[in-house]
Design a protein around this ligand. Sequence first.
Ligand code: NAD
Ligand code: UFG
Length: 338
Amino acid sequence: MKKILATGGTGYIGSHTVVELIQAGYEVEIIDNLFNSKATVIDKIEKITGVRPKFYEADLLDEEKLDQIFAEAKYDAVLHFAGLKAVGESVEKPLDYYRNNIMSTVNLLEAMKKYGTHEFIFSSSATVYGEQEQPECVETMETGRSITNPYGRTKYFIEEIIKDYAIADKDFKAITLRYFNPIGAHSSGLIGEDPNGIPNNLMPIIMRVSDGRIPELQVFGDDYPTADGTCRRDYIHVVDLAKGHVAALEHMKNGVQIFNLGTGQPTSVKEMIKAFNEASGKELPYKIVGRRAGDLAEMWANADKANEVLGWKTELTIADAMRDTINYLNHEKEEHGE
Ligand code: NAD
Ligand code: UFG
């Protein structure tokens, strides 16, 4: 049985992937500094899978601690989810983003080299494509050129670091996964997206509007050149995304492989509101406001490469994601006695 380290494994995408990995028979350990997640996620993972993953509360910037952890455990592969991800905040605090995201990756690669771990999967983002002439993104397109924020640039720089490292270390096997827009929650309702602080992304905001923590959703622009005027994105259920990592682990080979993980289908903001209303049986209050700086009218994944090479494709729908999000919200309310 392969032994896996999941950095950022108590976070949103990490926790769902840890569940799928355990259910696929992998032994998983987690490092997270709990900056944007809670230690109780470990209990939830145990409740879902019946297995309690070993958890290290540690910061990847702490090289000594990382060395101790690697010295103790012989990992076969590292899945690197840990990172800061708030686009707006990255503009305010670029050095925090460069230090945290880039230095932690370099520290990890050094620990892997020292202790003979050769397999690496990196959580990249569709943001590396920036603005393209066509909205359907293919892995062969040029990246990095028109990224508008430091967060996005950390993803691009790390992708390049991984490529350089793979040239130097012939045993290194890396997969870069470019996620599109992850949404939804585990069907158990036990884990989901639960960011600390004020959210920036559409679904966490919809969740907060639906339970009254935010009065209404502001829709950023309805004058885009799309059918209903609102932006279109490729929303992927987080459980499908998590399964993409299991598929990737089964297809590691020397060098770097890059895959988009998305559905291949765009959905507009208005369509998202409609889907949420259908799942909840309520009307989400919203208001059309001005465009948000840096937003692209539309972008979605060409997922052919992941479909063909990894034998993976998405199975869940937007309606499934909405149902699972509402179920998760209800579980959270019950847990907190509301
Ligand atoms: P998340 O914030 O829920 O999870 C990231 C985890 O990393 C958190 O639990 C945080 O505490 C931890 N972390 C951050 N810095 C750390 C450090 N120095 N040491 C140890 N732990 C640290 O985010 P997520 O949505 O699960 O995203 C996971 C990864 O996927 C991130 O790298 C993110 O940039 C990338 N990604 C996310 C999205 C998205 O929309 N959610 C889209 C594309 C890419
Ligand atoms: N939106 C609103 N109102 C809100 C929040 C979002 O109308 O309050 C709209 C946005 O304008 C956009 C869509 O909802 O059209 C999705 O917005 P998100 O912020 O959820 O997602 P983005 O596609 O803008 O950003 C995501 C990731 C980033 C990544 C980017 C590019 O969250 O990390 O994709 O790939 F950089």
